[in-house]
Design a binder for this molecule. Structure first.
Ligand code: AMP
Ligand code: MG
Length: 484
């Protein structure tokens, strides 16, 4: 049985912030075909997967929407690689509207690859199957890892070819997010010089994400503090799991604290703060180890955008913003240190100074020997149970490893807790490439298998051994491409 839902797509963003919402329609799709469908997520939204695969596919491509829906292209600005672009916006995306999910949460239903809009500039408004499936796999892996992220509902092949370096099959990604408010949304509103718009945007963000701020003595300052805290926590999670976002422009940083816009992203293999995968990040601005500093820089741009809301007098507003932004480093460090303690299974009674020196020495060791980040931390679980050989086998500096391990084991690490913190499976670059190449050629089996592995990342299962292993040397140096 498949049934059409009584789906209500609200237009709250468009209603409250019409200056930032351009009503627009998705392009027709000649031959839609569902390549990936997230059935648990569909259920959360009250959508029947059978219907979505059949008569309902037009919801996933934006071509058949429930009555009353008002799809819009959202306006935003942004600093891209440090340079300001006053008008970016949804050049190949649409917000279809907001849905109340099964637990009463308001969530955006959004499309990527849905055709040209007035924000497209030189672009074709389209997306290819490979990059949309990449976002699907990596965002769902992030979700399964417990990291705040936008979700992927579906990827639908459109039947329309897309011209890139070669001709590729086109696709639309249906994405679900707690909202699509970005730092760049505030930059755009600020640049209009319309203080009322800026205030409405801030109030909309408070209502949707940072409810506590509404009751604060100074709600807009509390909003800023809350976003600083959410981003500090988010970026700490990325660093702990070895995630490189790749394009942390201010238009790709959310107000909600969810990871967004999976473009040239990748999971780091060998531990190295200088790791960069994106072909366009030639200066290493968005290298793995730079991500906390970049997040802080982006938050400074957010502060500038909302300055008029922080105090009437500009100097006073700057002082307030600087002080609030000052919390970022401590919040980030605390989140990262707590996360590292948990990755090492350290009992609560180990004191902070001891944990900190242990972590510092470990980072030097794994960096020195270019140890695979994911498999090393996972292998520490076995080491805590008495089998240090798999971890030891990753090092050249054996005496360094042995000395560190003896110190660590003396603290009584909790192996079971570590196995709940250190994933076995992340979407490794060679596996993602293999799955996307096969899917682009019409074979979805490798994609489904990879999704099976990364959807339960802490649960080691027989038959999935190769999903836990680093890339073979033959895979070579990895590069991801933007402009997807
Ligand atoms: P991104 O790098 O995906 O965050 O995108 C940055 C900006 O470029 C956004 O305004 C996008 O809407 C726009 N953009 C990216 N790809 C395309 C495309 N194929 N056609 C039109 N606009 C695009
Ligand atoms: Mg973007």
């Amino acid at each position: 049985m498949t049934s059409a839902p009584t789906l209500v797509l609200d237009g709250r963003f468009a209603r409250e912030l019409p200056e930032l919402a351009l009503p627009w329609q998705a392009a027709e799709t000649p031959e839609p075909r569902v390549l990936a469908l997230n059935e648990p997520l569909a259920a959360e939204l009250g959508l029947d997967p059978g219907w979505l695969r059949g008569d309902g596919v037009g919801l996933l491509t934006g071509t058949h929407l429930p009555e009353g829906a008002t799809p819009v292209a959202q306006a935003y600005a942004g600093h891209q690689f440090g340079g300001y672009s006053p008008r970016l916006g949804d050049g190949r995306a649409l917000l279809l509207g907001e849905v109340v999910d099964a637990s009463g949460r308001l969530r955006d239903l959004h499309l990527k690859g849905s055709g040209r809009t007035p924000f497209s500039r030189g672009g074709d408004g389209l997306a290819a199957v490979g990059p949309m499936l990449r976002e699907y796999v990596v965002s769902e892996a992030m979700h399964a890892l417990g990291i705040p992220t936008t979700r992927s509902l579906a990827v639908v092949a459109t039947g329309r070819p897309v011209q890139r370096e070669t001709v590729l099959p086109g696709a639309v990604l249906a994405r679900v997010a707690s909202s699509h408010l970005r730092v760049g949304t505030f930059q755009y509103a600020r640049a209009t010089d319309d203080l009322d718009l800026l205030r409405r945007l801030a109030d909309h963000a408070i209502a949707r994400h940072h409810h506590g701020a509404a009751d604060a003595e100074h709600p807009h300052l509390a909003l800023f503090q809350s976003v600083v805290a959410a981003q500090a926590a988010l970026v700490a999670e990325w660093m702990l799991v070895g995630f490189v976002h790749g394009v942390m422009n201010t238009d790709n940083m959310t107000i909600s604290g969810e990871t967004i816009d999976y473009g040239p992203c990748a999971f780091m293999d060998a531990f190295d703060p200088a790791t960069v995968y994106s072909s366009i990040d030639t200066g290493g601005r968005y290298a793995f180890g730079n991500q906390p500093v970049v997040a802080e820089w982006n938050l400074a741009r957010f502060a500038e955008a909302i300055l008029p809301l922080l105090a009437d007098d500009q100097d006073a507003a700057v002082a307030v913003a600087v002080e609030a932004l000052g919390a970022f480093r401590d919040l980030y460090s605390a989140a990262w240190s707590t996360g590292m303690r948990s990755k090492l299974g350290l009992p609560a009674d180990v004191d902070a100074a001891e944990a900190s020196s242990l972590v510092t020495d470990l980072v030097a060791l794994v960096q020195g020997d270019h140890v695979d980040h994911t498999s090393f931390f996972r292998s520490l679980g076995a080491a805590a149970r008495g089998d240090a050989d798999p971890a030891r086998g990753m090092f050249l500096d054996l005496s360094g490893f042995d000395a560190w391990t003896a110190r660590w084991l003396a603290l009584g690490p909790d192996a079971d807790a570590m196995d709940r913190t250190n994933p076995v499976y992340v979407p490794r670059n060679h596996l993602v490439e293999e799955a996307l190449a096969a899917a682009t050629d019409g074979d979805l089996a490798p994609l489904d298998r990879l999704l099976e592995a990364v959807s339960a990342p802490y649960d080691e299962r027989p038959g999935l051994e190769r999903y836990a292993e680093p890339a073979p040397d033959s895979f070579g140096a990895y590069t991801t491409f933007c402009g997807t």
